[in-house]
Design a protein around this ligand. Structure first.
Ligand code: ADP
Ligand code: GLC
Length: 481
C-alpha cells in the first residue's frame, strides 16, 4: 500500500505544536508496519538551513502556472522518505511557518498552502517524474484541505483521509483571495468550501474526504455539536458515519524519562525517587528557590486562549499562597506573555517564566514538575498530558476532548482501584481550577498515595501501535459511495 501523508509541520524538521509530533511519528510507525509512505512538507527556509546537505531534486511540478521543485530528504533518525515542496513562497520566508514575528499571519498564506495542496493533488492523480502514485492520500488540518477537494474532481484518485487536529483553525480567506487562487467556481458554495462569505480551506477536507478522523474519540463527539463544532457541527453531523476519533500516540523514543538526553537525571518506575534531582536542577536553572517541600507546578504550551490561560491567570496569586512554585514555558499572545512575566517579576524565586520555544526546557519541565497544568477550554487530543503521565508528573486537566479520554481523576473510587492517573475538573472557571489545584496539592502531601498515582500514570500505554493499526484498517476499507 502506498500512502502520501501531507502536513505543514513535522518534528524534528519544523515544529510549532502537536501536529508536528504526530506527523513526525505516525508515518514512520506506518512505514515500519509495511506501508510505502512518503511524507510531503513545505521546504521552509529554516528547514532547508537545518539540513547538513541540500537534498537532491527529484521532480518539478507545474501547478496552475507555478513551478515547484520536489526535493527528497529523510526524516532525521528515521528511514522515512520525505518530499519537500520547494518554492520561494516557502524557502524565502524565514521564521515561523504561519505568521510574522508580531504574530500576524503571512499575507500570502492562502497562496502558500494552496501550493502545498496542489502539489499533493498532482502527485496523487497524475503521472509525474516521481513515478509514484499513492493508494491513500492522508491530509492534516486546514493547510491541506484543498488537496482533498482537488483530488475529488478526478476520476482516477486515491482513497482520501483528512485528520482534524484543531477545528479552531479553518484557513479562512476572502472572496478576492478565492478569485486569485483560480479554483473551480463551484468550490465557493455552502455545500463545498464556502463558510460565511469566506473560503474555508478546512472544509475541503471535511466535505470531500472519504474518511474524516480526529485525534480523540471525545473530540469527535464534541465537534458534532455546538459549541465544539464552531459552526461546522451540521456538516460534521451529516458526515458522522465517515468521522472517527483515533487517539494520538506518543513517540516513545523522544519522550521517555529513562533515556531522555535533555534531562539532568534519567529515571523510570523503579528509580522514581531520582525524579527529584530533576526538580532541583530545574529550580536552580530557572532561579527558583531549591525546595523539596513545595509542589512544583509546570506548564508548557502555546499561550493561546485554547490552553485555558484565562482560567489560570486570575488565580495564580492564590496558588502561590498555597504555597506552590510555578514554572511556565510558552510563547503566544502578547497579553498573556506580559501577564506571566509580571507575575514572575513580582514573585522571584517562586515563579519562573520562559517565554520562548525551547525543546530542552519542555523536557526538563516534564521531568521536574510534580503536577502538570493543562486546563484547556478545548483540546482535540493534547500530547503534553501524555508526556506527563509517562514522566510521573501528574496531569491536572479539564474534562474535554482528549484530556478527558486519557486522564483518570484521583477520586476515592479510582484511587482504591489503582486506576487514577491525575486530576480532572469540569467547569471552565477559575474557581473550579483553583479548587482542583488545592485538592492535588493536599494529595501531594501524602507521599505514599502520590507514589502510587505516579506508578499508575507511568504504566499507561499511549504508544502509537494501537492507533496506527486503526489508521491502517481505515486505509484498507473502501467506503460505500
Ligand atoms: P497543541 O498542538 O495544541 O499546541 P499539544 O499538547 O498537542 O498541543 O502539543 C504541543 C507540543 O508542542 C508538545 O510537544 C509541547 O511540548 C510542544 N510545545 C509547545 N510549546 C512549546 C514551547 N514553548 N517550547 C517547546 N515545546 C513546546
Ligand atoms: C492540535 C491540538 C492538540 C493535538 C495536536 C496533535 O494542535 O490542539 O490537542 O494534540 O493537534 O493532534
Amino acid at each position: 500500500m502506498k500512502l502520501l501523508f501531507v502536513a505543514s509541520e513535522a518534528y524534528p524538521l519544523v515544529k510549532t505544536g502537536g501536529l508536528a509530533d504526530v506527523a513526525g511519528s505516525l508515518p514512520e510507525v506506518l512505514r515500519q508496519n509495511g506501508v510505502d509512505v512518503r511524507l510531503l512538507l513545505p521546504a521552509y527556509g529554516d528547514l532547508l538551513e537545518s539540513l547538513d546537505t541540500r537534498p537532491p531534486l527529484v521532480a518539478e511540478l507545474e501547478l496552475a502556472g507555478q513551478t515547484v521543485r520536489i526535493l527528497e530528504a529523510r526524516l532525521p533518525d528515521t528511514a522515512l522518505a520525505t518530499w519537500l515542496v520547494e518554492h520561494p513562497l516557502f524557502s524565502q520566508r524565514p521564521g515561523n511557518p504561519y505568521h510574522d514575528p508580531q504574530g500576524k499571519p503571512w499575507a500570502d498564506n492562502a497562496e502558500r498552502f494552496m501550493l502545498l495542496s496542489r502539489a499533493a493533488a498532482q502527485i496523487s492523480t497524475r503521472d509525474t517524474a516521481l513515478e509514484w502514485q499513492p493508494d491513500v492520500l492522508h491530509c492534516n488540518d486546514w493547510h491541506t484541505g484543498p488537496a482533498i477537494a482537488l483530488v475529488h474532481l478526478e476520476q482516477r484518485r486515491p482513497l482520501t483521509v483528512f485528520t482534524i487536529h484543531n477545528l479552531a483553525h479553518m484557513g479562512l480567506f476572502d472572496r478576492a483571495t478565492f478569485d486569485r487562487l483560480q479554483l473551480p467556481g463551484h468550490f465557493w458554495q455552502g455545500d463545498a468550501m464556502e463558510y460565511y462569505d469566506n473560503i474555508s480551506f478546512i472544509k475541503g477536507g471535511l466535505v470531500y474526504a472519504d474518511y474524516i478522523t480526529t485525534v480523540s474519540p471525545g473530540y469527535a463527539r464534541e465537534i458534532c455539536e455546538a459549541p465544539g463544532g464552531m459552526g461546522l457541527e451540521g456538516l460534521l453531523q451529516q458526515r458522522r458515519e465517515r468521522l472517527v476519533g483515533i487517539l494520538n500516540g506518543i513517540d516513545g523514543l523522544t519522550w521517555d524519562p529513562a533515556t531522555d538526553a535533555y534531562i539532568e537525571q534519567r529515571y523510570d518506575a523503579d528509580s522514581l525517587p531520582d525524579k527529584s534531582l530533576n526538580k532541583q536542577a530545574l529550580q536552580q536553572a530557572l532561579g527558583l528557590e531549591v525546595r523539596s517541600d513545595l509542589p512544583l507546578l509546570g506548564f508548557v504550551g502555546r499561550l493561546d486562549q485554547q490552553k485555558g490561560l484565562e482560567l489560570m491567570l486570575p488565580v495564580l496569586p492564590q496558588l502561590l499562597a498555597l504555597p506552590v512554585q510555578l514554572a511556565f514555558l510558552g510563547t503566544g499572545e502578547a497579553l498573556y506573555e506580559q501577564q506571566l512575566q509580571a507575575l514572575a517579576d513580582a514573585h522571584p524565586g517562586c515563579v519562573a517564566v520562559v517565554l520562548a520555544y525551547n525543546e530542552s526546557v519542555a523536557h526538563r519541565i516534564e521531568a521536574a514538575a510534580d503536577i502538570f497544568l493543562m486546563p484547556s477550554l478545548f483540546e482535540p487530543c493534547g500530547l503534553n498530558q501524555l508526556y506527563s503521565l509517562r514522566y510521573g508528573t501528574l496531569p491536572l486537566v479539564r474534562a474535554v476532548g482528549g484530556l478527558a479520554d486519557t486522564v483518570v481523576d484521583a477520586s476515592a473510587a479510582a484511587m482504591a482501584s489503582h486506576t487514577a492517573t491525575g486530576f480532572v475538573f469540569r467547569e471552565p472557571t477559575a474557581e473550579d481550577f483553583l479548587a482542583t489545584v488545592q485538592r492535588a496539592c493536599r494529595q501531594w502531601q501524602d507521599k505514599e498515595t502520590w507514589r502510587q498515582l505516579q506508578l499508575t500514570a507511568m504504566a499507561q500505554d499511549f504508544s502509537w501501535q494501537q492507533s496506527a493499526a486503526r489508521y491502517l484498517a481505515l486505509y484498507r476499507s473502501a467506503p460505500e459511495q
